[in-house]
Design a protein around this ligand. Structure first.
Ligand code: HAM
Length: 416
């Protein structure tokens, strides 16, 4: 679990703002649900025989003896809230959410026990048009963050009937190759055979590469859905690969599943993942209704954004007030408030100190300008204005002109 330090939070805020603006630009509205839910919610939605539910949840009893769990993901809670609050019945909804999720996984680069997701869920739309919207929207997010090199993998898991028929064929095939499976895969074969396809063990992957493909068992409706989705994406000029082993680690999916991957982060390559979960609303007690969504892992996304280095950390303030004695402090504070009235971000030096040490701090603050007030300036009712980002002689500006002078300098700086 990481601390997010001030030196990183500026970049996080910028990325979060761009994500939020883009999602809202597609008509998605924010939903905030609690961080804890009843354990049963996750067991019923994500699935008993998944890694998350079997071994990764932070589960505890509260004082009433109810079993609660820190949410490992956001989809289940969106569905629960939608059903409980009557938001889903006969309606189409587009939600987005953001926040911390918790999984007791083995930590490594890009994999943490508390991590953050921005996710979206769309309810009430059965066709591949919404699948395409979700995927195109995610592609636009990468564009807005100026990220290149993410690849899109797609698969279809078909209907539950199609999966049942495929399961029989898969189990038969895997049983014939038991000697080549590791203990984890043998266990998965027993409990949740489709998950063997997701093994990271190269020997198992070799076996899996010849296994019966779910895609060959798809029911005609799912196949038509999948083909139309592909046509939409091609029409929009979006590249993708079909990955027949893409099965996802949560059991609620049906038909479309997808992942955006990168080769820049090592083993933890999925930056964004999602798909359709048409059966989940009904399974959690609502009236049957189609749904689809995805979630982005923010730690991984931020790592990529930092690697590309395109979005720079925003300056925290525009102006740093260098105040060299008590009179200057009193006057400087008033000037700072007047600047703030004009929406200028001002950091006032507190605690005294030499000109040199204050100027060092001014430079570090990222501000464009230092306003310097010492004894002389107080006497003459002027302030020294010093550019911090390029060389220029210090000017002196009389009190009535300070705001205008600062605004002009900041506007010039913005234009570069
Ligand atoms: P997920 O694939 O479990 O899907 O997680 C989505 C993304 O969260 C992953 O692709 C990854 O970027 C990030 N992530 C997952 N676990 C960790 C971790 N331990 N540390 C850092 N990042 C992690 C879901 O959670 C689904 N609820 C997505 C969804 C929404 N499907 C439909 N709607």
């Amino acid at each position: 679990m990481n601390d997010l330090l001030p030196e990183q939070s500026g970049l996080w805020q910028q990325v979060e703002a761009r994500l939020r603006d883009t999602l809202q630009g597609y008509g998605y509205q924010e939903i905030r649900t609690p961080i804890v839910e009843k354990t049963e919610l996750f067991a019923r939605s994500i699935g008993q025989a998944t890694d998350i539910v079997e071994k990764e949840m932070y589960t505890f009893e509260d004082r009433n003896g109810d079993s609660l769990t820190l949410r490992p993901e956001g989809t289940a809670a969106c569905v629960r809230a939608g059903i409980e609050r009557g938001l889903l019945h006969n309606q189409m909804q587009r939600f987005w959410y953001a926040g911390p999720m918790f999984r007791h996984e083995r930590p490594q680069k890009g994999r943490y026990r508390q991590f953050h997701q921005v996710g979206v869920e769309a309810f009430g739309m059965p066709g591949p048009d919404i699948d395409a919207e979700l995927i195109l929207m995610s592609a636009r997010l990468w564009q807005r963050l100026e990220l290149r090199g993410l690849t899109l993998e797609l698969n279809s898991l078909g209907s539950s009937q199609a999966r049942a028929v495929h399961r029989v064929a898969l189990v038969e095939y895997l049983n014939q190759h038991r000697d080549q499976l590791d203990t984890d895969s043998l266990d998965r074969l027993q409990r949740n055979p489709l998950r063997v396809l997701d093994s990271k063990n190269p020997d198992v992957q070799q076996v899996v590469s010849h296994a019966p493909r779910l895609l060959d068992f798809l029911d005609t409706e799912s196949l038509a859905h999948f083909e139309r989705l592909q046509a939409y994406l091609k029409d929009a000029g979006l590249d993708f690969e079909i990955n027949t082993s893409l099965v996802r680690g949560l059991d609620y999916y049906s038909r479309t599943v997808f992942e955006w991957k990168t080769d820049k982060l090592g083993a933890q390559s999925a930056v964004c993942a999602g798909g359709r979960f048409d059966g989940l609303v009904e399974r959690l007690g609502g009236k049957a209704m189609p749904a689809a969504g995805f979630a982005i892992g923010l730690e991984r996304l931020l790592e990529l954004v930092s690697l590309e280095g395109i979005i720079s950390r925003p300056a925290q303030t525009d102006v740093y007030m260098v105040l060299l004695n008590e009179t200057a402090e009193a006057w400087g504070m008033k000037i700072a408030e007047r600047l703030r009235n004009e929406d200028i971000a001002v950091l006032c030096h507190c605690g005294g100190g030499s000109m040199k040490s204050q100027m060092k701090k001014a430079d570090k603050s990222g501000s464009q300008l230092a306003l310097i007030i010492g004894e002389d300036e107080c006497a003459k009712r002027v302030v020294g204005v010093k550019q911090l980002r390029h060389d220029a002689a210090q000017e002196f500006v009389a009190e009535p002109n300070i705001i205008e002078a600062v605004q002009q300098h900041l506007a010039a700086a913005r234009q570069g």
